[in-house]
Write a protein that binds this ligand. Structure first.
Ligand code: PEP
Ligand code: MG
Length: 889
């Protein structure tokens, strides 16, 4: 295998091997754009290194060969005393992990070559500044020295010189600083800063490999669901310098606004600086547009390159560039992150520009983004004091108590508090605080600062660079204009869409996207904004493409109507147990505890009209669309009094010698029915088989309701679903009784009801014998909640609170199997049952109604295994429609 690729050898499709940065540097090189020459060490080399603790045997020679070639090309040697070649060593994984991994710049500088560099550049100050940066970065990332020690020494140098910014330090000061830095390295790392340039390079490469496994990188990957075994590539790139004076600089740019999608000039530029100065927010950048007046030639060239990149990638790109004495260099590009709203707008804009088609547009957005757009927003009319405004870095409306460090953010949020993490600027060490917080507020940094980039990636609300706020993290407070002090624990609200910061709690209003789905706002109408228009169009693309139908899990007419407005094509699961709560619970309790036939009949008679009315309402809400009604499912204890409470009551009455006949009888019955493991107990079809008349009452209610709707010229389409079936015999018995009741109702009302009867598949045995079960079922609906519970043997009610965190941390799952379908286990049973069922009954209708029906990744799986529909809660319907469309395109 080949472990090293020159930039001229790769391309953008080799991200697995070269990482995102390496693949795109190669792509730009081959597009003829000005990229400083270099090479990329593959992720494969990293994997070998991480697995075995040593780099692959062939790597050293390959690196030497590529380095030779680079030296030839540049006409100078790495670290050469009189005219040194300097390189950067940068990490670059397949998926971008901003600020998570290591980079070392200026490799090749030493006590000797620093002089050569000064000579060559004709700038002594620059050479020493570069050298101190190398020792600082190398010391911190390669040798593990505490970075604050260098920062403190730099501060001290500035203070003793009575200057405020580092550019005011002169060559002599920096020379002294280098001596100081080398001393720090010696004491802290127990070794000298290496003077051999190749040793510097090799150690830096290893440090980049190692940085894949730092805690913060692991945490970030878990959060972003990036697999842990990909490894990072390493890019070795000849240095270009943005810190060579006022005609040099460095910047970042977007080809269009990552917040709105609008085309224009977006980005930040920092004169006389190296790349890490921008991201770290150390000095304040100027808007990119100002580059035009600073260096018109470079600016024009950059605009040209941005256009080339957009047309080439057919997408928004972000860019890092450096200008060295008037010469523009591209250091990085990639398809840029964007807010959810911008993703929808950009996708439709690119369709309008003819760059992509509808199917491609669907790949440019996703359900998680749509879900984010459906969150409520702040009420703009609310009279709450606005105290500042920063950059709208990541949208959303967040309210919480101000906290000023990550530790407190985590601690408070664990105890149930909502917090806003307020920092001057964030760095990778703030990651767990950012995860814990509702939102992030910083007083420094632009759209490309760490806080902004990471928050956008997490879909978390963020306002950054709110400069008029004085954040004092040491004293845990911030001062707002006018002098008011916000202490730790005070409520604040931040709006990541407008950048506004408020004192106190701002009330929230529904999002315009929800208003649109609700039919209260029409795309194309005056009041519809661009976002609604874009969502409207993308949804139309998805509906045209998708094969899966989308139904709702809904138990009442109100939910059903909302679901219908959101695009539901029927009800896939009406849980009838939800109709037995409240005052009706007593009737069910009596039914379960009934000693005599008469008592039982009595309670059933009470329930029948109530059930019938429920169904009439549901059928009219879903007129003309299928409505799957599931017969009673939950474990018995949910309907019975709590056993402990009841025991206490009886004991109390006994000791007081009060009459307690009824309580005692109830207690005995509850004892008799008590189960150690109710989830595996008397529920679902078992309940129907054990309590005579229960299921037939429900079937009668459904049939009579349907007949009533028919008589009223409605179009009811009822489907009766039997839960928790494990064998075809259970289904046959229930079916026979149900058919009889339906026939009776049909005869009595003189209508033909055409009710279909089917089953849930939610036990492994049902899936394994699906071929037999299909003999007695006209449809299957996969209950993937119970199926996951029983396939894994995880209690769905307990597991998330008990050991799941440990499992997630250990990487056993990337995500809970109750959230995203476990394709290998539960999923393969679904596939098997679908195939076996269809083999028996080719027109068998197949759906899913577990929580997975609204989960983006799971929807794709259900599409692939050929189900007919997914069913999910009303609010997730748009997401399911979109994902079903994406799965089909
Ligand atoms: C299921 O088990 O997936 C299901 C939909 O039924 P319930 O969640 O009501 O048990
Ligand atoms: Mg179930």
């Amino acid at each position: 295998v080949k472990f090293v690729y020159d930039f001229t050898e790769g391309n953008k499709d080799l991200k697995d091997l070269l990482g995102g940065k390496g693949a795109n540097l190669a792509e730009m090189t081959n597009l003829g754009l000005p990229v400083p020459p270099g090479f990329t060490i593959t992720t494969e080399a990293c994997k070998v290194y991480l697995d075995s603790g040593a780099e692959p045997a062939a790597l050293r020679d390959e690196v030497s060969a590529h380095l030779d070639a680079l030296e030839q090309r540049m006409g100078k040697k790495l670290g050469q005393a009189d005219n040194p070649l300097l390189v950067s060593v940068r990490s670059g994984a397949k998926f971008s992990m901003p600020g998570m991994m290591d980079t070392v710049l200026n490799i090749g500088l030493s006590d000797k070559s620093v002089k050569g560099l000064a000579e060559q550049a004709g700038d002594e100050r620059f050479a020493w500044d570069s050298y101190r940066r190398l020792i600082q970065m190398f010391g911190r990332t390669v040798l593990g020295v505490d970075g604050d020690l260098f920062e403190d020494a730099l501060e001290a140098a500035k203070t003793s010189k009575k200057v405020t910014v580092d550019t005011e330090l002169e060559a002599a000061d920096l020379k002294k600083l280098v001596t100081k830095f080398k001393k720090i390295v010696k004491t802290e790392a127990g070794r000298d800063f290496p003077q051999d340039p190749r040793e510097q390079m090799d150690l830096a490469i290893h440090a980049v490999f190692d940085s894949w496994n730092t805690d913060r990188a692991k945490l970030y990957r878990r959060q972003e669901r990036i697999p842990g075994d990909l490894g990072t590539a390493v890019n070795v790139c000849s240095m270009v310098f943005g810190n060579l004076g006022p005609d040099s600089g460095t910047g970042v740019a977007f080809t269009r606004d990552p917040a709105s999608g609008h085309q224009g000039v977006y980005g930040d530029y920092l004169q006389n600086a190296q790349g890490e100065d921008v991201v770290a927010g150390i000095r304040n950048t100027v808007p990119l547009a100002e580059l035009e007046s600073i260096d018109k030639k470079s600016y024009d060239q950059l605009m040209q390159i941005m256009e080339t990149l957009e047309n080439h990638y057919k997408d928004l790109c972000d860019i890092e560039f450096t200008i060295e004495r008037g010469q523009l260099w591209m250091l990085q590009t990639r398809v840029g992150k964007r807010t959810a709203g911008a993703a929808f707008r950009i996708a439709t804009q690119l369709v309008d520009q003819g760059l992509i088609d509808e199917a491609e547009a669907l790949q440019r957005v996703n359900g998680a983004q749509l879900a984010q757009l459906m969150f409520p927003r702040f009420d703009e009319e609310a009279k709450v004091a606005q105290v500042g405004r920063g950059i709208a870095a990541s949208p959303g409306a967040a309210v919480g108590k101000a906290v000023f460090d990550s530790y407190t953010a985590v601690k408070w949020s664990r105890s149930g508090e909502k917090v806003i993490l307020v920092r001057r600027e964030t760095n990778p060490d703030d990651l767990d605080g950012m995860i814990a917080a509702e939102g992030i507020l910083t007083s420094r940094g632009g759209k490309t600062s760490h806080a902004a980039v990471v928050a956008r990636g997490m879909g978390k609300t963020c306002v950054c660079g709110a400069e008029e706020l004085e954040v004092d993290t040491k004293r845990r407070r911030m001062t707002v204009p006018g002098g008011h002090v916000v202490e730790e624990g005070d409520l604040i609200s931040i709006d990541g869409s407008s950048g506004k910061v408020y004192l106190g709690e701002v009330p929230v209003v529904p999002s315009p996207v929800v208003e649109y789905f609700e039919g209260r706002m029409h795309a194309g109408a005056q009041d519809a904004d661009e976002l609604v228009e874009a969502v409207h169009r993308i949804m139309a693309f998805a509906d045209r493409k998708r094969r899966l139908r989308v139904r709702a899990n809904a138990d009442n007419a109100e939910d059903a109507m909302r679901a219908r407005r959101f695009g539901a094509q029927g009800i896939g699961l009406c849980r009838t147990e939800h109709m037995f709560l409240g005052d009706r619970r007593e009737l069910v309790e009596r039914l379960i505890l009934a000693d005599t036939e008469a008592e039982r009949e009595e309670s059933l008679k009470g329930l029948l009209p109530l059930q019938k009315q429920d169904f009439v309402e549901l059928f009219s809400a879903m007129d003309g669309l299928p409505v799957t009604i599931r017969l009673l499912d939950p474990p018995l204890h949910e309907f019975l009094p709590d056993i402990t409470e009841l025991s206490v009551r009886v004991a109390l009455a006994e000791s007081r010698q009060e009459p307690h006949e009824n309580e005692l009888r109830l207690l005995q019955a509850v004892h008799r029915l008590h189960e150690q493991n109710p989830m595996l107990g008397l529920r679902g079809v078992r309940l129907g088989l054990v309590i005579p008349g229960l299921f037939t009452m429900q079937v009668r209610a459904i049939a009579e309701a349907a007949a009533e709707r028919k008589a009223a010229k409605g179009d009811p389409r009822a489907e009766i679903m039997i839960p928790l079936v494990g064998t075809v015999q259970e289904l046959e018995i229930v079916r026979e009784e149900a058919d009889q009741v339906v026939a009776e109702v049909e005869a009595a009302t003189g209508t033909s009801l055409k009710l279909s009867i089917g089953t849930m598949i939610e036990l492994p045995r049902a899936a394994l014998t699906a071929g037999q079960i299909a003999e007695a079922a006209e449809f299957f609906s996969f209950g993937t909640n119970d199926l996951t519970q029983t396939v894994w043997g995880f209690s769905r009610d307990d597991v998330e609170a008990s050991f799941f965190t440990a499992y997630l941390e250990k990487g056993i799952f990337g995500v809970s199997p109750f959230e995203t379908i476990d394709k290998d286990g539960v999923g393969s049973l679904v596939k098997l049952a679908a195939e076996a069922g269809r083999a028996t009954r080719p027109d068998l209708k197949l759906g899913v109604c577990g929580e997975h029906g609204g989960d983006p990744e799971s929807v794709h799986f259900f599409h692939e295994v050929g189900l007919d529909y997914v069913s999910c809660s009303p609010f997730r319907i748009p997401v399911a429609r979109l994902e079903a469309g994406r799965a089909a395109s």
